[in-house]
Design a protein around this ligand. Structure first.
Ligand SMILES: Cc1ncc(C[n+]2csc(CCOP(=O)(O)OP(=O)(O)O)c2C)c(N)n1
Ligand SMILES: [Mg+2]
Length: 544
């Protein structure tokens, strides 16, 4: 067997179904011959987004794989790998490398030199006999601990060399529980708290720990916020859900964090970041994470527990029960009622926008109608960076684990489209929807054609305000002098010309019906749909 066929054999043993890719790399041939379906994207960056969305919705149980050409392909892929690294998505990236006799030549792009800053593990195979070991090393790192993209660069000459017979067993996943003394201290802090809030990150999703999180919340009577990446880790229709607490947030999240004495990060890095909210001074912190590098990043953590979120939550539940003593049971009904009241007040203030009858259409109305037209338990929804994210994440109520993709610590404009194509391949039974601005569409929109060509019936909703609205305050002078915020296009026409179904909608009364029509087209005709809503250049967002 030659080296590139050995790589395909390893992937097949690991249960890989799809190779997201762009030529030229002979590995596409090896994968296809091994029964792995190649999905050819239109641009590497978006193809990586597809692998990323596939991995997130498969919860890492099936990981994403992307292969590309040496040089320009590897160069063009950088943004997609960087996005996956910032969000810790389990992915394997397989760039071809220039043949060994050109190694080190000036101006030759070498992935092994260029990618260490955005990969969890990176190796170049210089001897074909090392191919399978290199793959095992990479996949072991991809699957264990804090996840993240790993890379194996295979020079084109090595790829064609014989490696002999290949024996490969899939890598086993290893998880650890917390130190029982750390767990007991954390449990005591939670029990003694006057007003604890649980703060769930995406570690809860990857650990499949939603049931345990719900159990602990109900046991303690503690309401739950999620981070941006953790959105959907706690069901947002649960009476103890406060919704999102990030750069933008719901009012219940702000209200309960303000009055909390103990905040417990579960599967959360508790890192300061443009996409996370700052924890106010004076809170006592509990933190459960499987990455020791998360402790103490920006805050002193009084009660750290190192371990897998699911295992540690189960330990915390047991410890809380053991330590309960004669304490009264929490009144969950009262907490739920307070949440409901604060939410109702907040929504009443936003109702003008959420139900606005005005044209151009309020983007908030689109989000509101989307939530009511397609039951969130039927859907996987994601945003794009900029205003569409900030509008969506506080108001859209997701249903439970992975019914929403809250991506974007590094928030490359246009990423949501690829994520949704990958999500649909991982969960074909779901209605997969991305909500993006017109500038975001400009970055990656031609990959809508990949969804058409590969029969991946997603719904792309474009908020077209002919403008980069989120930049309004940053670009006053340049816009006045040179109209730097303006962008143009008819995206429904474009989507039709690419072979998809599309509608351009100007009438606010048509928002819900158009979303229902798009769903029907994707489910009955199996065709991707694009809805272009002509929206107001909205700049107001919810800070609670
Ligand atoms: C690759 C990349 N370049 C630049 C940015 C900065 N950025 C974030 S949102 C945005 C404009 C968004 O405009 P649009 O998608 O039309 O949304 P709107 O604010 O108009 O609703 C820009 C330039 C980014 N996030 N990613
Ligand atoms: Mg715009």
């Amino acid at each position: 067997m030659i080296a590139r066929d050995a790589v395909a054999h390893v992937l097949k043993q690991e249960g890989v179904e799809y190779l997201f890719c762009y030529p030229t790399t002979a590995f596409i041939e090896s994968a296809a011959e091994a029964g792995i379906r190649p999905i050819i994207c239109r641009q590497e960056r978006v193809g990586l987004g597809m692998a990323d969305g596939y991995a997130r919705i498969s919860n890492g149980e099936r990981f994403g794989v992307f292969a590309m050409q040496a040089g320009p392909g590897a160069e063009n892929a950088f943004a997609g790998v960087a996005t996956a690294y910032s969000d810790s998505t389990p992915m394997l990236v397989l760039p071809s490398g220039y043949p060994r006799d050109r190694a080190g030549w000036p101006r030759y792009f070498t992935s092994a030199q260029a990618y260490p800053t955005v990969t969890k593990w990176l190796e170049q195979v210089n001897d074909a006999s090392q191919t399978v070991d290199a793959m095992r090393r990479a996949i072991s790192r991809l699957k264990n601990g804090r996840m993240g993209p790993v890379m194996v660069e295979l020079p084109t000459d090595v790829a064609e060399e014989e490696v002999g017979d290949v024996a490969y067993e899939p890598v086993r996943v290893v998880r650890s529980a917390g130190d029982t003394r750390d767990v007991e201290r954390a449990a005591r802090a939670l029990l003694d708290a006057r007003a604890p809030v649980l703060h769930a990150g995406q570690g809860v999703l990857y650990a499949n720990a939603t049931d345990e999180l719900v159990e602990l919340a109900e046991l303690l009577g503690a309401p739950v916020v999620t981070t941006l990446l953790g959105k959907s880790a706690f069901p947002e229709d649960h009476p103890l859900s406060l919704g999102i607490w990030s750069r933008v947030m719901t009012r219940p999240a702000k209200h309960f964090i303000a009055k909390a004495d103990v905040v417990a990060g579960i599967g959360a890095s508790l890192a300061k970041h443009a996409m996370s909210a700052v924890i106010p001074d004076g809170k006592t912190l509990v933190q459960v994470t499987n990455d020791e590098a998360d402790f103490g990043r920006n805050y002193h953590v009084e009660y750290p527990v190192l371990g897998d979120a699911k295992l540690v939550l189960a330990q915390l539940i047991d410890a809380v029960r053991d330590l309960w003593g004669g304490r009264p049971k929490p009144n969950n009904g009262e907490t739920a009622e307070e949440i409901r009241q604060v939410r109702d007040e907040w929504l009443a203030e936003w109702r003008g926008k959420l139900e606005s009858p005005e044209a151009p259409i309020s983007p908030y109305r689109v989000i509101w109608e989307l939530n009511r037209t397609i039951p969130p338990e039927d859907a996987i929804v994601t945003h794009d960076s900029g205003s569409p994210r900030d509008q969506m994440v506080p108001f859209y109520r997701s249903a439970g684990p992975r019914s929403y993709i809250g991506w974007g610590k590094s928030h490359g404009l246009g990423t949501g489209l690829g994520l949704t194509i990958g999500a649909k391949l991982a969960a074909p039974e779901k209605v997969c929807i991305n909500w993006m601005g017109d500038a975001a569409f400009g970055m990656t929109g031609l990959d809508f054609e990949t969804a058409v060509r590969c029969n991946i019936p997603i719904i792309t909703i474009v908020s077209n305000n002919f403008r980069m609205a989120i930049e309004t305050d940053h670009m006053k002078a340049s816009n006045e002098l040179y109209q730097t915020l303006d962008v143009g296009g008819n995206y429904a026409d474009l989507a039709r010309s690419l072979g998809g179904w599309a509608e351009r909608v100007e009438d606010p009364a048509e928002v819900g019906p158009a979303i229902a029509r798009a769903r029907r087209v994707t489910e009955e005709d199996g065709k991707p749909a694009l809805l272009e809503f002509l929206t107001a250049a909205e700049t107001e967002v919810s800070h609670g």
